[in-house]
Structure formats: C-alpha cells, structure tokens
Design a protein around this ligand. Sequence first.
Ligand code: PCA
Length: 324
Amino acid sequence: MKRRLFSLTLATSALVAALPAAAQTSWDLPSAYPATNFHTVNLTNFASDVEKATGGKLKITVHANAALFKAPEIKRAVQGGQAQIGEIILAAYQNEWAMFGADGIPFLATSYEESRKLYAAQKPILQKKLGEQGLMLLYSVAWPPQGIYSKKPLASAADLKGSKWRAYSPSTSRIAQLVGAQPVTVQAAELSQALATGVVEANMTSGATGVDSKLFEHLKFYYDVQAWLPKNAVIVNKRAFDALDKPSQDALLKAAADAETRGWAASQKVNTDSLATLRANGMSVEPPSAALKSDMQKVGATMLQEWLGQAGAEGQQMLDAFRK
Ligand code: PCA
C-alpha cells in the first residue's frame, strides 16, 4: 500500500513536471523539395513566424527533401495524423479527385495572373473536399511555369517519341503517352539520381526544379513552353488544428496568409532567376518552335477534354468560374 502511494506521488510529480512542456505543441511538417527551394524557404519562414507569434507555444519542424515521407505519401500522412501538417503538390492527387489536377492541365492557365484566377475558382471546392478528408488548406503557392527539358533538340513533339520521360503526376505521365514517350514517375528528390543513371531523357518541370536538380548537367535543352503552373498546398490535420488554443490557431492562419503572399512573389522572381542560372550553366533556353508549341497545345486540348470527363459537372462549374 505504502509502495503504491509512493509511486502514485511519483507519477503525480512527473505529471506536474510535464505540464509546462505539454503547453508547447510540436508539429512535423514533411515537404518533398530541397531546403533551398523557394517553397521550402517559405515554409521555414512560415514556421518561424508561427513560433514567434505564439511565443514558442507552437513549434513546427520542416523536414525538407522528402526526408520524412516521400512526396506521394505526404497527404495520407497528414490525414492519418502521422504528421500534423505537410506540403503537397495538388496535381499529384488527380486520380483521387479530378479537381486536384485542375492546375496540371497544359495550357489552361499559363501565366501567374491566370494561375491566380484558377486558384480562386478552385479554392472553395478544394477547401470543401479537404474538409471532408479531415484536412484544412492553409495556403497554396504556384510553381513557376512548366517547360520541356530534353537531351536532344526538339523541332516538334515527334522528336520526343520513344524518349524516357520523367513524370511527377498523372497528367505529366499522360503527356508522355500522348507524345509517344515512355513515362517513368520520379519524385523531385530523386531526379538528379535518375538523370545520372540515364533513366530520364526528357521531362516537364520549372526552371526552379531545373536548378534544384542541376538538370543542365544531363539535359542541354530547355523549351520555355509555359504550359501550366502547378501548385503546392500546405495542409493541416483538422484534429491537430482544433486541439490548438484560439490564439495559436489565429497565429497559424495569419502566418499562412502571409506565406501565401510571399510565396507567389518568390515564385515569380525564382522563375526569372532560374532561367538565367540554366543559361549560365550552358543550357540552351529558348521558346518552343511554332510546331512544338502547337503539338503541345493539341495535347493540352485532349487532356482538358479527358479531365472534364473525369471531373464532370463540378469541373465544368469550376472552369466557368475561372473563365468568367
Ligand atoms: N517542380 C516539381 C513539381 C513542379 C515543379 O516545377 C517537380 O518537378 O517535381
């Protein structure tokens, strides 16, 4: 009896000692891109804003470069609560719900201005869907416009036939099929390695990822097609959010809104800077020929029809809102 009382006292004092620590919440934030990537830099600043605004009550640790979860696993990890918060690329989840892929359709929205309009049209349904999945959208930022990297010069899409094409989403795989290339899905964190081992001869991505993954070491041609601007989104597990006190929730939402503004500006700047870096590293950076452009536009038109077939009335409504 005495002994039990003793251990009870011990347990109580342990609990008291743990109290100040329990008042601090620590969250893990998996992201799939390198620490120097503009999205990741923005995430790090976001985390530090949150920590400052909450007086250290909410600490978010950013795990860059797919170190905690691989890119395609991040969404499920946040849904399941293995990570409280995470950054995903929406277009990668198009097979789960067509609307996630709206910003991955070639030539639907090709400039920052159009991309913002598309985001505005997408946002309400995105929030609703994520809400149903026990998630919340905190903010979303576009990647720079996507162009074609190739080992060989491309006069038209026919020159892509048979080439090994790296994809990061269902739509980038579909492009490969439509131009007769061989799609292989490789996440950004493994792209350099895939190039070094020769499993990739062409791909579509941004200047930003071209610089991150030093694509100029293996692919000498970049065609600035400006085909679409896919978005990353920072999502939080709703239960984790609800467990925060109100001031911490407000601080998180405020920091997210600031990060969104910062991120879009950074994306635009990185676009210009990274194309210059590609050139400085000996890459040919040119607009596509008229033939290559029109071939890719045809691919885009096919994919928009296919996407509408997948997305149904909800997709059409979003498209109407975007085009208004
Ligand atoms: N970079 C990411 C997605 C879009 C982009 O510009 C990647 O290549 O995986």
